[in-house]
Each structure stands twice: as structure tokens, then as C-alpha cells.
Design a protein around this ligand. Sequence first.
Ligand SMILES: Nc1ncnc2c1ncn2[C@@H]1O[C@H](COP(=O)(O)OP(=O)(O)OP(=O)(O)O)[C@@H](O)[C@H]1O
Ligand SMILES: [Mg+2]
Length: 500
Amino acid sequence: MQSLTFSNMSKAFGGVPALADVTLNLSSGRVHALMGENGAGKSTLIKLIAGVLKPDSISVSKNGSPLPLNDARDAHEAGFRFIHQELLIVPQVSVAENILLSRDLPHRFGFAVNWNKVQAIAEEALAFLGATHIDVTLPAGDLPAGDKMMMKIAAALVSADQNEPVLYVLDEPTAALTVEESEMLFDVIERLKAKGTAILYVSHRIDEILRICDDVTVLRDGEFVTTNEISKTSKADIIEAMTGRDFKDAYPKREISIGTETIVRLKNVDTTNLHDLSFEIRAGEILGVSGLAEAGQTQLLKLFMGVGKIKSGTASFIDEELPGSPSDAWARRVAYIPRERRGEALCLDMSVRANIVLPHLSDYGFYAKPWLENKDAHKFGAKVRLKSNDVSQPVGQLSGGNQQKIVFARAIQGNPKLLLLDEPTRGVDIGAKYDIYLLVRELSARGCSVILTSTDLPEVLGMCDRVLVMHEGRQAHLLERGEMESADLLSHFYNGHQAS
Ligand SMILES: Nc1ncnc2c1ncn2[C@@H]1O[C@H](COP(=O)(O)OP(=O)(O)OP(=O)(O)O)[C@@H](O)[C@H]1O
Ligand SMILES: [Mg+2]
């Protein structure tokens, strides 16, 4: 068995330590989980190993002998392969070129690029993942989120044949994947493991960690807390190590009954992409929307943002037509938390304060009132337990989960009537998840209706009053509380409409 040791890893940003003297031991053929709350330093550690961030200190050794690691090239030479948290893709060029990005393209006669070969290599890598449905000639930007992740994983696999990979590092790969795609990924991880590569794996989904990992290291506030074999620890121990608190229940209970007023009414609605929508939502009710990849969940949410045209049937929101545009939706107190927060929801080089208060500027009157903006940014940041140095820090510098919290803080500031949540806790740590669930419960108790879609099935079951199952753009089932069992839900996803 080969061993890799990364010791003495430290990194501070502007004097604030993000990682302090952390050591990590990895072994070939084992999957090692790296866990910790948002901002604990996981991605920073990974960027040090990848040579893309300059460390304050680091020493690396392989089987006891020192290994040079000064830049990304050294990491690559050493056989380290990375799938980072932020998907860096070139959207305008083809999937095939994105997959072969990090290696020299094959040439014909020594000069012309052999495009047939480029495509064949890309297709082979995707086939290894079981993702043969992806068209490698499409521009990468056109792919849905899950397929983009599959493409990045394929790219990490392809660069492998230049020199033997020793270590794969995956930073929250399943956050952007559906249930089905995650299963395909776990299968790939098993195969890589069997080949004898070491794997470092970051995820906030603890059940997933318990299932696929052999060892776990926990960080808290940039410091090492513990390393353990998974078989010798428990879910409760890991959560305690991460947060210093224990969580008896993963989801806060519904304590207040749902209101009587009907907020949303849809009857036999068809749009260009959605069909057979018939449901009502009462004030304070939380409706889950679930299904396989791209079954229409996001489009259904966006319908209430004025995106998508109703072709037949009737639909109303508080006794009027559905909002006709996103600005109309905002004005009628519909709040939306999109799936792709970096692309759709945040201005990364603007401050935490600006990102929280921006859409609410008109509430402050004609003149700028920086003291009020500061106060609100602090207040709503605290509600989601935002971890940032200061409200003037650019959002792009925050950890992934903290960026998601900003989007949430902004949405709740408007005191919404209808809250649309598309994968609301993706990349959010367990403690902050609980805080977000509490906020959703609090809003619902005040009469705000919620539509929530998530690939995290326990979340749908734990939070929602009813679940609407979509199948290829169609409403397939509407499950009442008593019918919501996790296994059932999955079988409904696959069976689609014929089972009803
Ligand atoms: N470029 C940067 N400038 C300033 N601070 C930074 C920068 N990059 C990261 N940080 C800070 O370092 C800390 C650790 O961030 P990191 O991204 O490693 O967290 P993480 O454990 O990956 O969290 P998450 O689970 O949310 O992804 C955070 O407090 C973050 O704000
Ligand atoms: Mg991270």
C-alpha cells in the first residue's frame, strides 16, 4: 500500500488563518472524507495540494520520501487529479475540447488536430462514467448542471493516461448531481479505488460519506480536529466533531398547522415544457417538487417568476394571474433561490452588503443610507449564520456554502408570500442547513407558502407537507403526507405517470 502525507499545511488570508498546521494521511485504495462546516478550510486545503494557491507552509511525502510541490504542474506530475468545487469550464467550446483541456490534443500528420480522435477519447471517458447520453460536439455551456459535472469528472479521468494517477480529489461533486448521477459517480469511485488510487472526498451529505468512505478527517475553523476510520466512528461523533453541538433531529418539526387561504391554484395547466399541472397550495404550506434529473422541477418554479407561457388551463396566485415577469414577481413578494447561485444570483466581486440589500434598495428611499444597509446586512447575515470577515468583503472570497447563505439572506429580507427554493441547501453544512430549515419553518408559520425542489430526498421528506412528483415535464403524482416514504418516492420517480 502506498501512502501520501501532507503535513504542516497552513494558509492565512490578510492575516486571518484559513488553515492552521493541518496534517492529512492518505492511502492507496482508500476513500478519505474531508469534513467540516462552511468556511472550515476544506477547499483551501485542496487548493494547496493542487498547487493553485500559494501555501504559507506545506510538506508532502510519498511512502516516506519528500515530494516537491511548488505549483500546479508539480501536482499534476505527482499524479494528483482534481475536481474543484467551482466548475471551471469553457462554455463556448465543445464538450470534447473541455474534456481534453488539460492535455495536448492529438494531431494528425504532426500538425492538424485530429478531431475524430478528440471526440473518440472524450466519448470513451464519458462511457467509463456511464454518461453516454452527452453529445460531445455541443458547446459545454449548453449542458445541464449534472452533465457539466460528469464532463469535469471525465476530464479528470482523461488527463490520467499521461502519467498514472495516484490521487483523485473531489470537492463536493454530488452537490450538482441528481440521485441517479450520484450513483454513477459512486460506481466510478469504487472502480478507481479498486485500481489502487487514493481518493480525497468532500461532501456535506453525511449519509453519503458513511456509505462510500473508509476514513474521515474533520476540520473546524481551519484546524485539525480528528481522523478516524469510518467503521470506528458514527454519524453523531462526526457531527459533534464538526460543530461542537449535537443534532438530535435533522429537520425541525412542523408546530403550527397550515392556513386555510389558498395562495396558488393551478388547473390542467400546460406550458411549452410542462403538462397536466393541477394543484393548490395553501398559505404556509410547503410543497415539495421531486423527480429524476430535469423532469421539469426548475421550470415549474420559474413559472411563478413569469418565465414560461401558459398555453391552456387556469392558474392564479393570490386570486390574480401568475406574475408576468421576474420584476412583477418580486413586486408581488415572490422570492426565488435559484439552483445556479454563482451564475444567476450573485455579483461575485461586489460586497456581502451589496449582495444582500441590492434588490431592496428602493425600500431605503431615494438617498443612500449606508448605516441602514449595514445594519440590515448584519441582521440578515446573522439570521443565516453567515461566516464572513466583514460585510464589505467581496462575495467571491467566501466559501461555497456561505455564498448560498447570502442568497437566502436576501430572499428572506423581502418578507415573501411565496418562496421558491431550488436546491436551497446545496453545499450548505449540517448546522447551517438546520438554521435554513428553521427559517423556512418560521416563514411558513407566518403564512408564506413554499415550493421546494431538491435532489436530497431526506430533505424533501423531512420538510414538505406534500410532494408533487414530476416525470418528463408532466405532473405524475401528488403525494400526501402519509404516502411519503423514501423508497416509494424513488419508485414513483421511475414509474412516472403509468403507475398512478
Ligand atoms: N481568496 C480569499 N480571500 C480571503 N479569504 C478567503 C479566500 N478564500 C477563502 N477564504 C476564507 O477562508 C476560509 C475557508 O474557506 P474554504 O473555501 O476553504 O471553506 P470550505 O471548508 O471549503 O467551506 P464550504 O463547505 O462552504 O465550501 C473562509 O473563511 C473563507 O472566507
Ligand atoms: Mg469548499
